[in-house]
Design a protein around this ligand. Structure first.
Ligand SMILES: Nc1ncnc2c1ncn2[C@@H]1O[C@H](COP(=O)(O)OP(=O)(O)O)[C@@H](O)[C@H]1O
Ligand SMILES: [Mg+2]
Length: 323
């Protein structure tokens, strides 16, 4: 006879979101090919992947805007395509700002609160809380169309959280937001996470994902091919290797590019920055510096640093990892 199981582990909170085996095709073209995803309260999950990988489609399925061809989406155990109330626990900040441009921040948030059935008596307090949490209170009475990109994005977050959802979804929250404003958006997202909100975001900004996410998942061609805590994934993929980054003073011609490639360097998104992974980073940097100078390719700077999510992303995208 088995004794009753006794566990000393702390209780794990029920998932806010469970996606299992989600499959979806648009007109016969498969876009999601079996996605599993579980989110718990108080965690930030960044969904990464190249354009067209299916990130927005997955979000639409989670929000109940499309019903997956196969598999299920559960919001706190309820199917949003069958149970209308299931969506009340969800706030969505779409990629394109979805606010009334002529209305002020506070008017927008009031409108969204009414749409989300926030009880009238609680409305002023709910609106105020949303503005405070998103640090938009100093622009409360400014029409949306007069706000900067960062404020617009935060005002959109305010509209999405006014009914206090347990799950906040942001699709590309930093598109059209400059660097300083991005940090303000990040701070708002962290603040919500600390209140126990589960955050699911998609982003192209790997630095943002690395700094913000408790977990990341790489979506490639409709499959989640790699998932985990950013530092653990990086350590597992790269071990002792370091990234050696060569910053060139000038653009180089085809011959120069050939020379850089011969050193095992790969071009990054910036034409003057080339990168390579090396177990012996500092010695490699010194050798590279000498070699490139001799070839007339004066490096402006050579940096040796821990590999980042961007390095991991290239491996995954190039199918050198998680094939
Ligand atoms: N409404 C639609 N009808 C037909 N194809 C679509 C539709 N929405 C997206 N797609 C296609 O599905 C694929 C995944 O798109 P999407 O989910 O938007 O990717 P991501 O957000 O990762 O860039 C793309 O090839 C895109 O062209
Ligand atoms: Mg998208």
């Amino acid at each position: 006879m088995t004794p009753p199981s006794v566990s000393s582990d702390p209780p794990v909170a029920a998932p806010v979101l469970t996606v299992s085996g989600a499959v979806h095709a648009y007109g016969g073209k498969p876009v999601l090919r079996g996605v599993d995803l579980v989110l718990h309260p108080g965690e930030i999950y960044a969904l990464l992947g190249p354009n067209g990988a299916g990130k927005t489609t997955l979000i639409r399925a989670i929000c109940g805007r499309i019903r997956p061809d196969e598999g299920v989406v559960l919001l706190k155990g309820l199917d949003p395509t069958r149970v209308a109330g299931a969506r009340s626990g969800l706030g969505l900040v779409p990629q394109e700002i979805a606010l009334y441009p002529n209305l002020t921040v506070v008017e927008n948030v009031q409108t969204f609160a009414a749409l989300a059935d926030v009880p009238r008596a609680g409305l002023p307090a709910a609106v105020r809380r949303a503005l405070e949490l998103t640090r938009t209170i100093d622009r409360a009475h400014v029409p949306i169309k007069h706000l900067s990109g960062g404020y617009k994005r935060r005002a959109n977050i305010a509209a999405a959280i006014v009914h206090e959802p347990g799950l906040l979804i942001l699709d590309e929250p930093t598109v059209g937001v400059d660097l300083d404003a991005r940090e303000a958006v990040d701070a708002v997202i962290r603040g919500l996470r600390d209140l126990g909100v589960a955050v699911l975001m998609t982003t192209h900004d790997l630095d943002q994902a690395g700094a913000l996410a408790d977990r990341v998942g790489f979506l490639r061609e409709g499959r989640l091919v790699l998932e985990g805590e950013p530092h653990a994934l990086i350590a597992e993929a790269f071990g002792e290797r370091m990234e050696v980054q060569v910053h060139l003073a000038h653009e180089v011609d085809a011959a120069g590019e050939g020379r850089l490639a011969a050193e095992g360097l790969e071009r990054t998104s910036r034409s003057t920055v080339w990168t390579r992974l090396d177990a012996d980073g500092y010695a490699a940097a010194a050798k590279l510096d000498k070699g490139l100078r001799e070839a007339g390719l004066t490096p402006h700077e050579i940096r040796v640093r821990e590999p980042s999510l961007a390095n991991l992303f290239s491996l995954v995208a190039d199918r050198k990892l998680a094939a």
